[in-house]
Design a protein around this ligand. Structure first.
Ligand code: BGP
Length: 470
């Protein structure tokens, strides 16, 4: 095939994490409670109180990134660790923690790639309605300013939000994440406030004249249809608007998809969209986009029945279902392989998605998460995760194929740098390049994939086994 593409030496290779999923230390050093702390404690569920104890072990974790040849680390800042209360008071102990973490990155030559919000809203804001409350968008703007002011000289790559689609749909429409609602009107309001908050963050970044660039991270599920009929094409557009366009169009082009707004306006109230705020969204688009890729969305036209949104958090195959009444139905490709959590393994979707995103937005792209979650026995000397190696190989190959066709891709982050807490799936769903033995004193041991990744990075991608998809 064309092009043995070598990544240039500025291409970022790394892993990603999120504050709630790895830091632990949930009530240490004056950290406030997050909505996830509250929700999981209230419901007596497995939680991230300790997680991977990254709060106390970040030095070791970052040293291992360096030793694994990695050049960048994507992580998020915990809002309730940084801001104490609704009045916006700063917790200096939280600020100092992130200074130590950033210093450790720089000491090891690791470029920090920082997410401002990865889902851990302070509970003091959730108690006021969370993302349904317009004030929260402006509180996010304050948080963003505090972060830029304190960390601006140590960070060159910022993103406002991780995956608006995922935490808004799960929290307000599907109901499997806090605050656990199933309400379309509220989903729309929450989605709007998040996209407004993102634009306010971009505006604060630009007005402050800080170094570097700012983007947004999206949970990208490129849409395919089961056939070429006009009905399927219509279903695909609905699915694309639901899954992707309301985030990427809005962040990159400065406007919500007009057909989506028109469709929703038929049955719901859209008067919460205010002209001055839409102007802020229009004027403050991102410098780049981050795409998290796990799988595509394969759809057929809606046939009958009520909306059904069932997610598999048990790791027992065959439970998930997505039907949105009047819009589309998600289907499973019988020829594909699926994980125990019903995630399709489909590397071609990443290539297709990158080409599509480039075509639509023409902005630099970072693949900000990609990985496979499985049960693993971590008591062995070394986890031989050949399935992860083949998964990563095939997805990096997809990236290289897209680069060969001219897409400007600037980094690849494995999810995750090390094993961590997987939201409603607990810690049994493992994604890390490094095994963490949660039972045995948080012991860290690199998996086979960690060494494989090191080899790939040192070869600048040359050792990826290439193949064309068509
Ligand atoms: C993304 C999130 C991550 C991470 C990952 C895997 O949506 O940004 O936080 O958790 O998915 O998902 P899960 O842990 O649910 O398997």
């Amino acid at each position: 095939m064309e092009g043995d593409y070598l990544m240039d030496k500025n291409f970022f290779w790394g892993g990603a994490t999120a504050s709630y999923q790895c830091e632990g230390a949930w009530d240490v050093d004056d950290k406030a409670e997050s909505m996830w702390d509250h929700y999981l404690h209230e419901n007596g569920m497995e939680n991230g109180d300790v997680a991977s104890d990254h709060y106390h072990r970040f030095e070791e974790d970052i040293r291992m990134m360096k030793e694994g040849g990695q050049t960048s680390y994507r992580f998020s800042l915990s809002w309730p660790r940084i801001i104490k209360n609704k009045a916006g008071e700063i917790n200096l102990k939280g600020i100092e923690f992130y200074h130590r973490l950033l210093d450790a990155c720089h000491k090891h030559g690791i470029e920090p790639f920082v997410t401002i919000y990865h889902w851990d809203l302070p509970q003091y804001w959730e108690a006021e309605g969370g993302w349904l409350n317009r004030d929260v968008a402006y509180a996010f703007e304050h948080l963003a300013k505090v972060c830029f002011e304190h960390f601006g000289d140590k960070v060159r790559y910022w993103t406002t939000f991780n995956e608006p689609k995922w935490f808004i749909a799960n929290g307000y429409f599907i109901g499997n994440y806090p605050p656990g609602l199933q309400d379309v009107q509220k989903t729309m309001i929450g989605a709007y406030h998040v996209m407004l908050a993102s634009a306010l963050g971009v505006r604060a970044f630009r007005e402050g004249g800080y170094q570097g660039q700012i983007g947004i991270v999206h949970s990208y599920t490129p849409v395919n249809g089961v056939d070429d009929t006009i009905e399927t094409k219509i279903a695909m557009r609905y699915a694309d608007n639901y899954c992707n366009n309301w985030i990427l169009d809005t962040a990159a082009l400065g406007k919500f998809p007009i057909d989506l707004v028109a469709k929703l306006a038929q049955d719901y109230d859209v008067s919460f969209m205010q002209a001055e705020e839409l102007q802020v969204i229009k004027e403050n688009t991102v410098d780049f986009i981050g795409l998290n890729y796990y799988a595509r969305t394969l759809v057929k036209p809606y046939t009958e029945g009520e909306t059904q949104l069932v997610f598999n958090h048990s790791g027992k195959k065959g439970q998930s279902k997505v039907v949105i009444k009047g819009w589309f139905e998600q289907v499973k490709d019988p020829n594909s392989e699926f994980t125990a959590w019903d995630t399709e393994i489909y590397p071609k979707g990443l290539q297709d998605g990158l080409l599509e995103a480039w075509d639509r937005y023409h902005l630099p792209i970072y693949v900000t998460e990609n990985g496979v979650g499985v049960r693993e026995d971590v008591t062995v000397d070394q986890v031989n995760d050949d399935y992860r190696i083949s998964f990563m190989n095939d997805h990096i190959n997809a990236i290289m194929n897209a680069m060969d066709r001219g897409v400007d891709i600037r980094g690849y982050y494995a999810w995750a740098s090390f094993d961590l807490y997987s939201w409603k799936n607990g810690v049994e769903k493992r994604y890390g390049l490094v095994a963490v033995d949660f039972e045995k004193g948080q012991e860290r041991k690199p998996k086979a994939s960690y060494y494989w990744f090191k080899d790939i990075i040192e070869s600048h991608g040359e050792k990826i086994q290439r193949r064309a998809f068509e």
